[in-house]
Design a binder for this molecule. Structure first.
Ligand SMILES: C[S@@+](CC[C@H](N)C(=O)[O-])C[C@H]1O[C@@H](n2cnc3c(N)ncnc32)[C@H](O)[C@@H]1O
Length: 266
């Protein structure tokens, strides 16, 4: 699993929104978190969050990510190499937990232990703010995706990758998908990468980032928006989804804001 993320680092600079948080998202988070007093936990190493001028503890299981992306830390930034399901952090000490695709980066069987930990480390008035990649209620057909690419309606390879991923779930009643299946679907739908480059003017190197998924054991999950809201309501009393702007596929990347953690057993 860590091998998957270690390979992912090599392609980091080639990733664009929606995979990376757009400036609109960061602005929104900044206004939600406020300045100064917040004590935030970041699930992962997302470097764009460094722009938030607050205390941040980043927790990431992959040391390479922390080392590569958090090189020039300010004193208020701390990084811990740990699994989100077992964080060496005191109970109830944080005002915010932030995540960018973090809740998608684990399977639905692991997600409950992550949410147990998130609610444990938050203060009673603490807030989870997480950008979550949400699939549409009705899965798209492969031919509709191919048509949109041909018509120039897909803004970037990364938007295409998420559309393929969300449409390739083996069982729509479960949100899990092994990342190898995302690559398989991409190879089936677009076997000729040079032709895809010519049709779209996307860089070949960007398209080749899909190969990070080759032989990876990672499993992601892509819930619908109602599914992730329902899941989070088991851990928080007040949960809402907020749209996050106008970048490619933004409509499928709401910020989920969850307040008033429930600490008792679910
Ligand atoms: C947050 S996710 C998704 C990437 C995200 N869109 C971004 O740009 O930040 C990526 C990070 O999560 C970390 N990660 C994945 N599963 C984890 C887990 N169970 N515990 C701790 N870190 C994890 C990976 O090592 C990687 O650095």
């Amino acid at each position: 699993m860590t091998t998957h993320w270690a390979r992912y680092i090599q392609h980091w600079e080639l990733l664009r929104p929606p995979l990376r948080p757009h400036a609109e998202v960061i602005d929104r988070i900044r206004s939600l978190v406020g300045a100064g007093e917040a004590r935030c936990l970041l699930l992962g190493s997302t470097p764009e969050y460094a722009a938030l001028d607050v205390q941040i503890i980043a927790v990431d299981v992959t040391f390479g990510f922390l080392a590569a992306l958090w090189k020039n830390g300010k004193p208020a930034r701390l990084a811990i190499q740990s699994d989100w399901a077992r964080m060496p952090i005191k109970t109830g000490m944080l005002s915010h937990v932030l995540g960018d695709g973090s809740l998608n980066a684990v399977s639905t069987s692991v997600l409950p232990s992550v949410l147990d930990e998130v609610t444990r480390v938050l203060r009673p008035d603490g807030v989870l703010i997480a950008r979550v990649f949400c699939r549409p209620e009705a899965a798209e057909h492969a031919e509709d995706i191919r048509r949109d690419v041909a018509l120039g309606r897909v803004d970037s390879f990364h938007a295409l990758k998420w559309r393929i991923a969300m449409s390739a779930l083996p069982d729509p009643s479960c949100s899990d998908i092994a990342v190898t299946l995302i690559r398989d679907a991409m190879v089936t739908q677009f076997p000729d990468r040079e032709a895809l480059c010519r049709m779209t003017a996307w860089q070949r190197a960007e398209i080749d980032t899909i190969d990070v998924y080759d032989r990876s054991t990672a499993v992601y999950n892509f819930p619908t928006e109602p599914m992730i809201l329902a899941t989070l309501r088991r851990w928080f009393q007040d949960v809402e989804a907020v749209p996050t702007g106008s970048y490619p596929l933004a409509e499928r990347c709401p910020l989920i804001i969850a307040r008033t953690p429930r600490r008792a057993t679910q």
